[in-house]
Design a protein around this ligand. Sequence first.
Ligand code: SF4
Ligand code: SF4
Length: 192
Amino acid sequence: MEIQRKVKYEEELDRQFLGLVKELSGCEEIDRCIQCGTCSSSCPMSVYMDYPPRKIIAMIKNGFKEEALKSFTIWLCPSCYTCQVRCPANIKITDVMYALKRMAIGERVYPARFAIPVLDKEMSKIIASNGRNSELWLILNLYLKSRKPWGLLKMAPLGLKLMKTGRMSLKKESIKNKEQLRTLLKALKEEA
Ligand code: SF4
Ligand code: SF4
């Protein structure tokens, strides 16, 4: 049996990580965290998370980049803002979760075959290209790219019903002025 090492040596920590995160919008005050645990005890999703919010903040402060970015926690957070409004240090924890999601997508280190990051990525791609979401294409891409094609078979009867009643279509929805959208997205990218 392979013995798995669970400790991390000092030299393996990423000491630049805190600085990188602090540069992102909403994350500037992260090192004011006093590790009180109010966020974790208030979080309705913490029972499902691999690391509760308090631990995620501690991991950022201490250079556990890989663990923070690969965690399921950031993808399980549905942005309810409870932690953020209750934090005594006024840390924008929900914004930190968003920042980590963006970083994980940018570095392609989200949990393998976990559907939520794939869903986020595919939906952003469709909206960036057409200005509107197309549910059918989103679902197709989601199942294929998270490598769970059999899920499509299970969803097929519901999909067909929705198509018959006109609630879902093969046709991609699109806005008229896509050029304006591209200019807007380009400006946002340059500002980031
Ligand atoms: S509630 Fe705020 S101060 Fe307390 S552990 Fe969470 S982030 Fe840190
Ligand atoms: S915003 Fe996310 S991390 Fe904060 S309490 Fe809600 S689910 Fe938990």
